[in-house]
Structure formats: C-alpha cells, structure tokens
Ligand binder design. Structure first.
Ligand code: ADP
Ligand code: MG
Length: 695
C-alpha cells in the first residue's frame, strides 16, 4: 500500500468500521456508552462482539486477547482462540459480548503490592470502549483495564481513567461558571515525544549488561561523543531510515498518528513524536509504539534501547509529555483566547496548573521515578529532580502585573484587570526557548519533560489530571459561592499567583545556582527514587487521591510498595550482572594481559630491550585488577544484605547508598582498564562500536 490515507487505521476497529458494520441502533448505543462512559448492556455487546470477530477473521485473525497494562510497566495479553466446538465434532468461530466486556485473569503473577494478600488472587479485565480494538500479529486486541475482584486497580489504565473523570467533572463546573452550556465533556490530551537508541544487533548480543539490564554497566568514553552536535537533526542513515519507514507504516496501520522522526542529541539516538490525542488513547498508543519499535528493530538487525540512560556520559532518553485540556466541542482550554472572557478563563486554568504543580511537586516527581530515570534527572542533560515551571517572559509579565496591581507593559499605563483585557497572543517562539525547565508552557499546552523514555505515560498524567482537578475543585467551590463573579475571579487568580509563584522559574534549570535557589524557595529536591517514594503516602497526597476517587489509601500503599520493589529488583539485577561481567570476563582478561605483559617485559630485559611500556602497563593493570577484585567481593557481600531488610524503604535505600556506589567503583576501575588493555584482549564491544556501529 503506497497511499498513507488508505493504509491509516486498517488494523483498527475504529469509528468508520463500526459505522459500516454495526446495525444503526447498536452503533448509536455504543457511541452513547462511549460518550458518557457507561457500561454496554449485554445485548448490544453481543452484536458488537460478533461484528468485531467477523472483521478480525476477515483480516486473518484467529485469536482475541484482553490487552492490558499491569504494573510491570509493559503490556500483557493472554490469547484465546475464537473456536467453539459444535456437536458434530466441528468448530465454529465465536466471540460473545461477555467475552468482549469482561475477562478473567489470574492476578497472582502480576505485581499487586500486598493487595493480593487482602483480596482474591483472581483479577478481571474490563473493556475500555473509548480506546478502539486493533489487530496485532493475527490477534484481536481489546484494550482493557485490570482490577481485582474487590475493585482495586491492578494496572496503569484504571487510575488514569478515574483521573480523567475527575478533571472532567471539575472542569465542567468551571465552564458552567463562565456561562458555557454547550460543552458536554472535557478530556485531557497528550502528545508524548519518544526518544530511543538503536544499536547493531550483533554488537548488542555481546553485551550482557544491555541484554540483562538495558544499560551499559561498563564502557569507557569513546574519543568522539556528542560534542560536535553533528547527530542532532542530522541526515538519517539508510538502515535507520528503513527502520523508521516501516515503523511509521506499522503505526499508521494501527491508527497511531506518528508524525515526526528525527535524530536526537546523542549519536545513535532518535525521536518519534505522534500527533496528540485523548490521554487514555495516547497511553495505549505509546505502549504500542514502544512495542513496535522493539519488534521492528530486530527485523532490521538492530536493537531498540528504551532505557533512560543506556550509556554513561552520553545524553539519556526521555519522553516529553505534552498535555492540554480539550472540550468535546474542540476547544483547547489552554489556548489564550480572543476575548476578555476567554482570557479570564485561560488565566484561571493557568492558575489552576500553577497551583497544582506547586502543591503536588512531590507527586509529579514520584510519577517519573524509576531506577533508570535516576541516572538522567539532574545530570545536566535532563531537567533536575526539582520541579519548577517555565511560562515565558510575556506570560510572566502579565502574571506579575496581576499579582502586584502594577501596569502591564511599558506602553500600557492601565492596570490589568482579569476579564476586561485581551491578552496578547503568545507566539510559540517566545515560550519555547527554555529547554531546561521540567514543566514548560509552550503556547497552548504544557510540556512535562521529566518523564523517562521507558515509562508508561499513565502515571504522570494520572497525577497531573488529579492535581489540576483539585485546583479546579477549590476554585469552583469559591467562585460558585461568590456574589460578584468578576471580582471574585480577579481576586482568586491574584491570590493564587501570589501564593504559588515560587514554582515559576524562567532561568537555566540545569545550573547549580538554581538548585540552591530552589531550596531557599522551599521547593523540594528529591534526587532519587528511594528518596521520593515515601512522599507518596503523605497525608495531603492520600487525601488528594481519595477526594477525587483516583486511588484508595490501600491502592496507594500497594503502588508505593511495588515501586520500591521494582527499584530494588532493578538494581539487584544490575549488581549481579556487573559481578558476572567482572568475574567471568573482565578480571580473567586483564589478568592474562598483565601476565603476558610481565612475561614480555622479562624477556625484553633479558636481551637488553626497553620494557617500560610492558612493565608500567602490567603494573597499572595489576593494581586496578586488585582494586576491582576487592570491590567485586564487597559487592558480592552487599547483594546478600537486602534480603534481610524487611522494610521496603530501608531496603531501597540500601541499594541506593551501598550497592550502587560499589557498582560505580567497579565500573571506574573497569573503564580505566578498558583504555589500557589491548583492543583484542578486551571482552566486550566498546562505546565507539555501540554508538557508531550502525552505518
Ligand atoms: P516540538 O515540541 O518538537 O516543537 P510541537 O510543540 O509541535 O513540537 O509538538 C510536540 C508534541 O506536542 C506533539 O506530539 C504534538 O502533537 C503535541 N501537542 C500539540 N498540541 C497539543 C495539545 N493541545 N495537547 C497535547 N499535546 C499537544
Ligand atoms: Mg517538545
């Protein structure tokens, strides 16, 4: 298929297909259920299921699966075939409404963070009809949420959907206050920019660290890194271009709006950005995109690395989460309007986001926390671990004049009164220059830049939606009770800016000075995952999620435990891999090399030749070898300790404070050894081969 518009969405049971294949009444009932978020009744579901099955079989499918996103961070599926036996020893292909709406799944092998003990081991998956069913490898995939029988969320999607409901409810209250009676619902929209690395498959397969942990645990800096800036937006190599072309086509067939593909800052690093869509769909699409990237890379003899920091000293990979609010009538609520009333509304939403980001900095930080992302945040390549907001000069000047009751701009001598003035348009260029801010206003949306490349976008959007819903709830409560809406609005915006402007920072977010200033402003700096996770259970956070019915306290405790457990497991596997690489490959190789050099040095001195190189290198290798061996033994002891620490917080801190530093010490010795060991004696491909190996 050469025509993109013909290809687009061919693997999706989308609105067009539904309209074509469903009886009118069924189609209407389904649309209604989707619009108001109601469950389908079984009679309707039966008709939909049957049409889906026929469509899927026509496209070569034999199986169906409830496709869901457990807390492992990847997607899960269990395939069932459509076959049903008949009396005559034959089979027919069947798919019932019941099978479409709800599936059973053994929850016991998925992380549940203690929920399993309290609740039944079985879980169920429930269809999310707002995200279309699609075909993947001959399987009809039905996007679902995954819960325990007690109703506890065991996945990423359920809380996300709840948070979208929460922000919808509160936004509608605000819109009604502004006299809007047309809008029926509001959804958040997201466009995630996905960064990734591509390395040659044959080279990858000789790196146990990449295979087991997704990142390199050893590797000396190559002579050339990214300092020439010649990769960013550079010409795409033919092999990579072929991969990108096929990736685009696959994604288009799946109805994913893949838009831009380009090279990123680091060598071998690339980015894919889709056109934004509704948050839950965007979440599904991003998971599918990551899956397709990994699958198709293999086909091209490449490996796609989604880890946040595959290579030390080289830019890591993030995922910018572009976020906004959109009405069902197609209005972006973060677009500054044309009239004073629209602008007042815009300023109120802006104030809501400012308050949300300030009040729930800790939650935003937690929503991007992972062992992988810890290597990236604050490393001078990605935003620091301190959350702050960038609004741009123009918007800042406006907020200042509102806050201080001073005239706005040099020309204007008047005071800026919300609801009376028309704000200037914010040209994208004036707002998008700052690339170092964790949370930047970019003209008509916010870009949250702390997210790591491998993470699901569900968590950070759950937090963002809920925190903004809370600001809007407080605002709506106040404004609904006001006698004079206009002045209450003005005062509310003014007060909110005054209370929360410490979160606004327009300078260089990568600088040390900012970290000091941030601390003096009282902003929190939670450097690592073990540092930030305990904040999840702070009273104000438990109250927030309970208020908006996004997480119960039990669910929140289980999430915290799962995140702590994931962190520990990740570092544990890394430590074991480092030990294995050192013990079985590096130490034996350098020991042989030192012995060879020592022997050569002896031979040389016997016949009166200068053996300085051999002697000195043998000495340096030997002393580094001894140092590395000592640290490896210390690490071997250290990895036995966590199992004896029952408190998860203490355990995660042990990994951070004891295990990681030992790994770092081993790496430092290893990287120096790599630079002085003869190339043919070094057991692993180098950074140079990994980063510049794809031609
Ligand atoms: P860049 O940040 O590279 O300059 P853009 O700002 O055009 O590029 O877009 C970045 C991402 O933001 C894209 O995925 C785009 O679809 C998304 N985006 C644009 N508008 C919105 C919006 N209203 N809501 C959510 N995402 C959006
Ligand atoms: Mg961007």
């Amino acid at each position: 298929m050469s025509n993109i518009s013909e290809m687009f969405g061919t693997l999706v049971f989308n609105d067009t297909v539904m309209r074509e294949r469903l009886p009118r009444e069924t189609y209407k009932a389904l649309c209604q259920a989707i619009r108001v978020g109601k469950r389908l009744d079984l009679a309707v579901a039966n008709v939909v299921a049957n049409a889906m099955k026929d469509w899927a079989i026509e496209h070569g499918a034999t199986h169906f699966t409830h496709w869901f996103q457990p807390l492992t961070g990847i997607t899960a599926e269990k395939h069932d075939s459509f076959i049903t036996p008949t009396d005559g020893g034959q089979v027919i292909m069947e798919f019932s409404g019941k099978e479409l709406i709800q599936g059973e799944s053994d929850a016991s092998s998925f992380p549940s963070g203690g929920l399993r003990a309290t609740f039944e081991a079985r879980g169920y998956t429930a269809w999310d009809p707002t995200s279309y069913a699609f075909l993947k490898d001959g399987v009809l995939c039905i996007p679902t949420a995954f819960c325990s029988y007690g109703g506890e969320a065991l996945d990423m999607k359920t809380p996300l959907l709840r948070s979208m409901e929460a922000i919808n409810k509160q936004t509608m209250r605000i819109l009604r206050l502004f006299g809007n009676t047309e809008v029926v619902s509001v959804k958040t929209t997201v466009g995630p920019e996905q960064e990734y690395f591509l390395v040659d498959r044959e080279i990858y397969e000789r790196r146990p660290d990449l295979i087991y942990t997704g990142r390199t645990l050893f590797g000396a800096k190559p002579p050339k890194g990214q300092e020439m800036d010649d990769h960013y937006f550079g010409v795409i190599k033919p092999r990579v271009a072929a991969f990108m072309k096929e990736l685009d086509e696959q994604l288009w067939k799946l109805g994913i709006l893949a838009k831009t593909e380009h090279n990123e800052a680091a060598p071998a690093q690339h980015e894919l950005a889709p056109i934004f869509t509704t948050t839950n769909i965007s979440t599904d699409h991003n998971q599918l995109t990551m899956e397709m990237m990994q699958k198709l890379a293999k086909k091209h003899d490449l490996v796609c690395l989604l880890h946040e920091k595959p290579f030390a000293g080289v830019n890591g990979s993030g995922k910018h989460n572009n976020w906004s609010l959109s009405t069902d009538t197609g209005v972006n609520l973060l677009n500054p309007g044309e009239t004073p009333a629209e602008n007042a509304q815009f300023l109120l939403f802006l104030a809501a986001v400012i308050k949300a980001v300030d009040d729930y900095q800790d939650l935003l930080r937690i929503s991007v926390a992972s062992a992988g992302n810890d290597h990236r945040l604050g490393g001078g390549e990605a935003p620091p671990a301190v959350v702050s907001m960038f609004l741009g000069d123009e918007l800042n000047a406006i907020l200042d004049s509102i806050k201080n009751d001073t005239p706005y701009g040099a020309k204007e001598k008047e005071l800026l009164k919300v609801g009376v003035h028309v704000l200037p348009r914010f040209p994208k260029d004036s707002t998008d220059r700052n690339r170092t801010s964790p949370f930047a206003f970019t003209g008509n949306k916010f870009e949250f830049r702390m997210l790591g490349s491998s993470a699901s976008i569900a968590d950070c959007n759950t937090v963002l939606n809920t925190a903004v819903a809370e600001s809007l709830r407080v605002f709506a409560d106040e404004l609904e009770a006001a006698m004079d809406f206009e002045s209450a609005l003005h005062n509310l915006i003014r007060k909110t800016i005054g209370e929360h402007d410490r979160i606004i920072f327009n300078g260089n977010g990568y600088g040390e000075e900012w970290i000091r200033e941030a601390e003096s402003r009282g902003l929190i700096n939670l450097k690592t995952t073990p540092d930030c996770l305990p904040y999840l259970l702070k009273e104000k956070n438990v109250a927030l999620f309970a208020q908006h019915k996004v997480f119960s306290e039990t669910e929140l405790r289980s999430r915290c435990e799962i995140m702590q457990e994931n962190y520990c497991k990740t570092v544990h596997i890394e430590a074991l891999t480092a030990i294995e690489m050192a013990r079985r490959d590096i130490l034996p190789a350098v020991s042989r090399t030192a012995a060879d050099l020592a022997a050569a040095s002896l031979t040389k001195s016997e016949i009166g030749l200068d053996g300085t190189y051999e002697t000195e290198t043998a000495k340096e290798i030997s002393s580094l070898t001894a140092r590395m061996y000592r640290d490896v033994k210390a690490l071997e002891d250290a990895v036995l300790v966590p199992a004896t620490i029952t408190d998860m917080e203490a355990r995660s801190l042990y990994y951070k404070d004891t295990v990681l530093p030992l790994m770092q010490a081993i790496r430092e010795a290893g990287d120096r050894l790599e630079t002085i060991t003869p190339a043919d004696a070094w057991p692993f491909p180098t950074y140079g081969e990994m980063l510049f190996g794809v031609r």
